[in-house]
Write a protein that binds this ligand. Sequence first.
Ligand SMILES: Nc1ncnc2c1ncn2[C@@H]1O[C@H](COP(=O)(O)OP(=O)(O)O)[C@@H](O)[C@H]1O
Ligand SMILES: O=C(O)C[C@@H](O)[C@H](O)C(=O)COP(=O)(O)O
Length: 339
Amino acid sequence: MKYVEFDASRPLDIIPLGRACIDFNPTDINQPLSKSSNFIKYVGGSPANIAVGMARLGKKSGFIGRVSDDQFGDYVIDYFKNDGIDTSHIFRAKNGEKLGLTFTEILSPTESSILMYRDAIADLTLDPSEVDEDYIKSAKALLISGTSLCQSPSREAALKAMELAKKTNTVLIFDIDYRPYNWKSKDEIAVYYSTVGKNSDIIMGSKEEFNLMEALMVDKEEDDAATAARWHKFGAKIVIIKHGKQGSTAYTNDGLSYSIKPFPVDCLKSFGGGDGYGSAFLTALMEGWEMMDALEFGSASASMLVSAHSCSAAMPKMEEVKEFIRQSKEKYGEMVARG
Ligand SMILES: Nc1ncnc2c1ncn2[C@@H]1O[C@H](COP(=O)(O)OP(=O)(O)O)[C@@H](O)[C@H]1O
Ligand SMILES: O=C(O)C[C@@H](O)[C@H](O)C(=O)COP(=O)(O)O
């Protein structure tokens, strides 16, 4: 059953819009960040991770965003080019703005958090004039990352991209992607998240992120099915609600739902799962896979990512995910993630 139609004639598969940052993940882990001394630098930022993840799986990724006009901005662009990602619509900060930095604190296999430095950063200076209709029209799908909505002019750039996606019949994917750092109020979050959610074909987020998006629509939290039904009424075809290591469920606009569990892994950090999941699920969907197969693929990549030290660098290739699934089923049974 196909819930979303992608225009196969378009040269790009996905254009994520939003931040590209730097992840600094410690190698001396299982202790507070204040005690870590050694870090590995990776490209980061959820939309950047998804561009890399889908490119690694064989999709043609573009990107719309701004990076710093310095060596770290060079690093991101060179990294993207090395993965065959189109960088023609990545622009440079004009007034010395920096790349966002994310320091991952890995206290234990079950406790991790991220410390984000995001003041005066390049990605939130993306200007509406840098959002191009023909570029959006060249892709099967545009993915808007929720954090791009937190400040102007990036906010207006994202909203323009949303309107152009609708105008050009480009599938609109909303990765809610809540990062508290730059938002000023819960009302602001609800207004801008719900504006994009109401126009999206696919919405992906944790239940907490959906609650933020619905804060001005409901007085108390509703169950997942009610949440999904609300966004189907606005036109969403697929609503994915994620619950961390409890797994996730895809609600489709024909009233069906499909749940998938994580694959058993030794978790190293609880971050990265969402970007691995999104990259693999969207790739499988574009390949025309059945919903449960696409969810299983996304869940497998997510499990691979939470057991890895990085996010972008650990994004797996198609055969690696398939081999991970094969080995997991051999070890735990065919229904390891579906039961
Ligand atoms: N501890 C874990 N073990 C295995 N898989 C996990 C774990 N935590 C998350 N995942 C996988 O990553 C997916 C996304 O994680 P989640 O935390 O829900 O979203 P996000 O990373 O976007 O906040 C989950 O649906 C699950 O498949
Ligand atoms: O999203 C960020 O800016 C930080 C990411 O680079 C980092 O890899 C991360 O936290 C991934 O988050 P998730 O995949 O949404 O869990």
